[in-house]
Write a protein that binds this ligand. Sequence first.
Ligand code: HEC
Length: 166
Amino acid sequence: MRIQTAIAVIALSCAPLLSARADDAAVARGKYLATIGGCQDCHTPGHFLGKPDMTRVLGGSEVGFDIPGLGTFYGPNLTPDKATGLGNWSDAQVVTALQTGVRPDGRVLAPSMPWRALAVMTKGDVTALVAYLRSLPPVDNKVPGPFGANETPTSFVMKITPPGAK
Ligand code: HEC
């Protein structure tokens, strides 16, 4: 075998290995960003009840945010589950929601979701964050709501109440 051919064969056989390593690096970076970004707090079952269920990490919260005049919003399931998570969203749709607050159906996410802060993320970081979300085990969990300002939420709610309110 000529030396050039040998080098080409070695390079080709290493390519899948190298790209697998790049994927692993992106997922690890994404996990790091999700951890410091607090995504788990608002999107993991049990977190606000003092007992986060890390076997269903980012599987959706049962505690909603009451936004005065707007309604009550629960941190949705971010795992790749098709029926109840982000499984049917394209990567581009997830990035748009994270960085502009706009969901595929056109609704703008409630301000509890810190998309205005995430808008400053670099392309590399937001790509890594999405790679991490895609790597999660799918969790079958549809969060309640969202509920309009005049609707009655069916699960726990964090609420802002004026001083002296009962
Ligand atoms: C302070 C709580 C909070 C934090 C922190 C937070 N989110 Fe959210 N997020 C929410 C809530 C509440 C919603 C639902 C808002 C709505 O329906 O209008 C939401 C919605 C989303 C959506 C849209 C999903 C859908 O089905 O509509 C995505 C994607 C998302 N968050 C990803 C993230 C990621 C990734 C992070 C971490 C970088 C994060 N969120 C941090 C509360 C939070």
